[in-house]
Design a binder for this molecule. Structure first.
Ligand code: KG4
Ligand code: ZN
Length: 336
């Protein structure tokens, strides 16, 4: 069979990324231009600034991805792009670029769901992994427990009622003065703190045992900080970070592994930016070993936003016959 080479583009938030993926699982290049420095001073992603930077960088990032892979535009089979969910301006830059390349080269155009991409990141480093399995997707915008029934076929069994896990990390980091982006900073600082120092709440949702809620935890952290301030007590940043992080991880682990057991699977995967958290990875590793569940976790670079995961997801869409027309549009709230 002829090789299928996908040029993939990802620009849904603040990473301008391009990748060339061969036959779904072999990453020939994975170029990521992170805009984090640009947004840090505003304490979060500014959509308009992100859009402008994507426009400025996207051609260069794509050229680098093709160059590193030593693949020409003529050699690619299809061009894939994230068309949602995400920020509409940033998404439009990637979608327009992909359409232009498809039009100019005559290659097929494949639109990809960003979360399907995150889940598919697991296929890159585990050649033996095949559906079905259960995946926890924890990113800045989503906290989903998903049954991966087949390639590109998902059933969401749990979701967040309010904040996403990554959002909680970012908000708590800001509150304790760590700045943006919060996840990696809390991850690092937690190593020096006591995770049992402060008993933050672990929310349970009565109607659906697999759903999450992180806004109560966020409020509990804010209340704790306020009460310390009123009493004139100094806070230990590392203890707050570690205790908060433990509360998030406990809930993610408990709900996920309960689902794995109830649904009768023996394979469990994690995905999304929060999945790069070192303590979370250790906790899942430990608990999966205990329960004899096979645990799949992409390398951190494939957890946070990248285009290789989009290329992998696109491969399976392409194989199914999915082709998009030039009317493909950015869909900020695209459903899985
Ligand atoms: O998947 P992602 O790169 O973008 C979205 O699709 O949202 O996820 C970004 C989120 C941010 O909220 C960031 O704070 C969080 O992932 N994150 C982390 C870590 N690295 C990134 N959260 C906890 N620990 C980390 N090491
Ligand atoms: Zn993402």
């Amino acid at each position: 069979m002829e090789d299928i080479l996908i040029l993939a583009i990802e620009s849904s938030c603040d990473e301008t990324a391009a990748s060339v993926v061969k036959n779904g699982r072999e990453v020939l290049s994975n170029v990521i231009f992170s805009q984090i420095d640009l947004h840090t001073r505003y304490g979060g992603v500014v959509p308009e600034i992100a859009s402008r930077k994507h426009i400025e960088k996207i051609n260069q990032v794509i050229e680098e991805a093709l160059g590193q892979a030593a693949v020409s535009l003529e050699e690619i089979t299809a061009v894939a792009v994230t068309y949602g969910p995400g920020l509409v301006g940033p998404l439009l830059v990637g979608v327009s670029e992909a359409k232009a390349i498809s039009f100019a080269t005559g290659k097929s155009l494949v639109g990809v769901h960003h979360i399907s991409g995150h889940i598919s990141a697991n296929y890159i480093e585990y050649p033996e992994l095949e559906p079905p399995f259960i995946c926890l997707v924890a990113s800045g915008g989503h906290s989903h427990l998903v049954v991966v029934k087949d390639y590109g076929e998902y059933e969401i069994i749990g979701r967040t009622r309010d904040d996403a896990a990554g959002e909680a990390f970012d908000k708590v980091a800001r509150a304790i003065g760590l700045g943006y982006p919060g996840g990696p900073k809390i991850d690092k600082l937690s190593r020096e703190g006591n995770p049992d120092a402060i008993p933050f709440p672990r929310a349970k949702i009565a109607e659906n045992e697999y759903d999450f809620s992180f806004s109560g935890l966020k409020s509990a952290v804010l209340n704790y900080l306020n009460s310390c301030q009123m009493k004139g007590e100094e806070i230990c940043q590392a203890d707050v970070a570690a205790s908060f992080q433990k509360a998030v991880i406990d809930v993610l682990v408990e709900h996920s592994l309960h689902a794995v057991k109830e649904f009768g699977y023996d394979k469990f995967a994690i995905a999304g930016g929060v999945a790069s958290n070192s303590s979370l990875r250790e906790a899942f590793q430990r608990e999966c070993e205990k329960r004899k569940i096979r645990f799949y976790h992409p390398s951190p670079v494939y957890c946070t936003d990248n285009a290789a995961m989009i290329g992998t997801a696109a491969y399976y869409e392409y194989r199914k016959g999915v082709r998009h027309g030039y009317d493909l549009n950015a869909v900020p709230n695209l459903q899985l």
